[in-house]
Design a protein around this ligand. Structure first.
Ligand SMILES: NC(=O)c1ccc[n+]([C@@H]2O[C@H](COP(=O)([O-])OP(=O)(O)OC[C@H]3O[C@@H](n4cnc5c(N)ncnc54)[C@H](O)[C@@H]3O)[C@@H](O)[C@H]2O)c1
Length: 571
């Protein structure tokens, strides 16, 4: 899993140990890599390796059911929990920014996000454009930016969803990679040409993704000036770290951006702020014309706010009540997926054999009832088409946004296949971008409205509960996806080795990993989670029980309070 994270076909800057997200590192340095590899080679199944921000603290006695590896990354004490102090800690060699799956050794290339993006786009269409539950995005235009580690999924996802996508990218080398992989269909640096292609594909109702070599702000200027109709709009530049090179300002080339980063950080910041302000104005203009804009988990709105645009905050004062544009989780992914427990379940065929992946794809498809819910139908189509979409980069892996019961059912089937030697051993895991593993008020938990989105109890409990139930490796990080101090997120890996004991771990740990999150969402009064938990309580009577909130009648409460205030009587 470590070497897959650092594979040259997978990692963003493998020499620097960066897997994705501009700064998401597996370890701090190569010495840590070597020591950890050594420990892993010699350790027994009665020991646990402890890794603190990339540093292998050592091997400690544990037992067979304990995790073999426990990883934490950049967990800072509250008063130092900010990017500046973290950078100092990084310079002192004590902190590692592991993003999510980079430091958690569970990255599988942008395939992981293709499925999430595909789901987001399809459901955005259903919720905002009125496409039917059996329809896709045929004839619709999606515009965004970034063709890097994660953002590189956008072109592929819009094509699989049947629509037309235009994605701006300032770094030509990233475009070359995505084009060679077949993840973007067309490339141009001429905006007239870009939109001639887009219009012709919209007209003939054919999917296509077009990479625009240039700055997203220039792309939006053109769209606004020409009055082009955009259905869905987003952004996936690395805005969790805009001043560290994650966001290239309008007006300078990619090379100049790199040079300025080294020579004049102050000027670079001024240019970023100016560009973000213009970016915001252009989005506002398009939204005014009916485009649906959503923040795609890159802290874009926070970056705009930090650039000095208070207008983007909902309360016009600070960011505590969120922003005027929805985050994709707030509007789409939260209510449609996370609240039910659907999340980025994944598996890696450790044999490295295509045949194993093919067998597991088929087995996973057999575990889905496409008639159950619209999400299951999307999953069914996804896994049926997965091989032909040629999504695998690096080790043979697959992503499938399953819910708790679906994950358990699929995992049990896979473990049985391993037991019967139909396939080699399999590593199960997930991205941290999930129902239960991540507390991130600007992203995963942005649709939690009971005030608890400022807490990190859920991610911590998820991590501890997974360790207690015997996951093979567990990890907990600061800041993944959105930046230090803005999130706590955790992940896991579970080795399917065919043993009966592993079935028990699947039934307890995999179920907990998801349902702990659905339960918290239910307690926050999220409607779909309440329903899911009520069903869970019936199906698991005698073993599990989730506390269900009592929903008070708002009008009755208001009337009673108003009445009591009037008469001065409380009961
Ligand atoms: N939505 C999700 O599920 C999800 C998952 C993981 C990461 N993310 C977040 O998405 C962001 C992107 O992640 P990534 O792994 O692709 O990062 P990345 O740094 O690999 O890619 C971002 C790309 O944006 C390009 N870019 C920067 N400024 C630009 C501009 N003004 N115009 C055009 N292109 C520009 C960069 O050249 C780069 O290739 C990060 O903030 C990350 O934290 C979101």
């Amino acid at each position: 899993m470590i070497d897959n994270n650092l594979d040259f076909d997978v990692a963003l800057y493998p020499y620097e140990l960066v897997t994705y997200g501009e700064t998401g590192t597996v370890f701090q340095n190569w010495m840590q890599y070597r020591l950890i590899k050594q420990y892993l080679e010699k350790m027994t199944d009665r020991q646990t390796l402890v890794v603190e921000s990339g540093h292998p603290l050592g091997l400690f006695r544990s037992h067979e059911w304990s995790p073999r590896v426990i990883i934490t990354n950049a967990l800072m004490v509250g008063m130092f929990d900010n990017p500046e102090d973290c950078e100092i800690a990084e310079e002192m060699g004590v902190a590692n920014y592991g993003q999510m799956t980079a430091g958690g050794w569970m990255y599988i290339g942008p395939q992981g996000i293709v499925h999430g993006t595909y789901n987001t786009l399809l459901n955005a269409g259903r919720l905002k454009l009125g496409t039917g539950s059996n329809e896709d995005l045929r004839g619709r235009l999606f515009v965004s930016s970034g063709l890097g580690g994660m953002s590189g999924a956008q072109g592929k996802a819009i094509e699989i969803a049947g629509g037309v996508g235009v994605i701006a990218e300032v770094d030509p080398s990233r475009i070359r990679t995505r084009h060679e992989q077949g993840w973007v269909g067309r490339v141009s640096q001429n905006l007239d040409e870009v939109f001639d292609i887009a219009k012709s594909f919209i007209k003939k109702i054919h999917p296509v993704s077009i990479a625009y070599i240039g700055n997203v702000v220039d792309l939006l200027e053109y769209i606004v000036k020409k009055g082009i109709n955009v259905d869905l709009l987003s952004d996936q530049t690395s805005c969790h770290a805009p001043y560290d090179g994650g966001y290239c300002p309008q007006g300078i080339s990619f090379e100049e951006r790199t040079r300025l980063l080294e020579t004049d950080r102050g000027r670079f910041k001024t240019l970023v702020d100016r560009s973000l302000k213009r970016h915001f104005e252009l989005i506002k203009a398009l939204v005014g014309r009916g485009t649906y804009f959503f923040d795609y988990g890159n802290s874009f709105m926070k970056a705009v706010y930090d650039a000095g645009v208070t207008e983007i905050s909902k309360n016009g004062i600070d960011e505590k009540d969120g922003f005027i544009f929805p985050s994709y989780v707030e509007d789409i992914m939260g209510p449609m997926l996370f609240d039910y427990g659907y999340g980025p379940f994944r598996w890696v065929c450790l044999s490295g054999m295509t045949e194993d992946l093919r067998k597991t794809d088929k087995a996973a498809m057999e575990c889905i009832d496409p008639e159950r819910r619209v999400q299951d139908r999307d999953n069914y189509v996804w896994i049926r088409e997965a091989e032909s979409n040629r999504l695998v980069v690096g080790t043979k892996a697959r992503i499938l946004y399953q819910d708790a019961a679906g994950r358990v059912k699929t995992a049990l089937k896979f473990n049985d296949m391993v037991r019967n030697r139909a396939v080699g051993p399999i590593m199960l895991g997930r991205d941290h971008h999930d129902t239960g593993g991540t507390d991130s008020p600007f992203r995963e938990t942005s649709n939690i409205k009971d005030g608890s989105n400022v807490m990190a109890d859920m991610a911590t409990q998820c991590f501890a509960g997974n360790a207690a139930r015997g996951m093979t490796m567990v990890s907990l990080h600061n800041g993944g996806g959105v930046g230090i101090g803005k999130a706590i997120n955790g992940g896991f890996g579970l080795l399917l080795d065919g043993r009966e004991e592993t079935d028990e771990i699947i039934k307890t740990a995999s179920m907990w990993d998801v349902m702990g999150g659905v339960a918290r969402r239910a307690w926050a009064r999220n409607e779909n989670s309440i329903r899911t938990c009520a069903e869970y309580n019936i199906e698991n009577r005698g073993t599990d029980h989730i506390t269900i909130p009592f929903l008070a009648d708002e009008d009755l409460v208001k009337k009673t309070v108003a009445g009591a205030l009037k008469t001065g009587k409380t009961q």
